[in-house]
Ligand binder design. Sequence first.
Ligand code: PRP
Ligand code: URA
Length: 208
Amino acid sequence: MENIINVKHPLLVNLVTKLRDINTNSYDFRKYLSEVGRILLIEALRDEELQEKEIQIWIGKYRFPSLNEQKYVFIPILRAGLPMLDGVLEMIPLARSGFLAIKRNEETLESVLYYDRVPPLEGKTAVLLDPMVATGGSLDYAISVVKKKNPDRIISLNVIGAPEGLKRISDKHPDVKVFIAQIDERLNDRGYIIPGIGDAGDRAFNTE
Ligand code: PRP
Ligand code: URA
């Protein structure tokens, strides 16, 4: 699973532990998801190329390295991916955003696409955002939708994954780099990650 990068940092582990805690309320839950998204993005773009740009500073015009922020399109998978958008946009405010609503049928575990509002992706780096990779069905679906829009590159930022789901993504989409904060033990018989964080969408938006 060479394309699956388990990002290791004590601050990231600490945030995931707070997400796991059932006493974390939905406001804090969203805030921690946002922070995890921001840290994962920093790691994902560690080797990113910068371009020289002329800017005016206090002693005249100088050239400095700069990121082409408009190259990035952030795509949260609704609902649970939405809080991660705030964190990544703090780092790259000129990026575009697109939205995919994908819901897993909790009986069959099949993913259904309800809404695709992703802008054209030619020449762009598409960054998918979703806290959970359980069976991998939702991420697999999202990647397939995004691939049809021909981006230069696809990156996925995820918080917790099960080995089964990550293997599925690795086998089917070896060209997509997945940056993930924690790889947990397994799935239970209802397709939930163990130990996991429960239902991320419900926890983020106070539903059950
Ligand atoms: C959750 C999560 C992922 C998906 C993971 O979303 O945010 O998108 O489940 O499960 P999978 O890997 O087995 O597909 P859910 O379908 O519960 O929708 P929600 O975010 O609207 O609650
Ligand atoms: N979706 C979630 O939100 N959590 C899981 O553990 C599995 C799917």
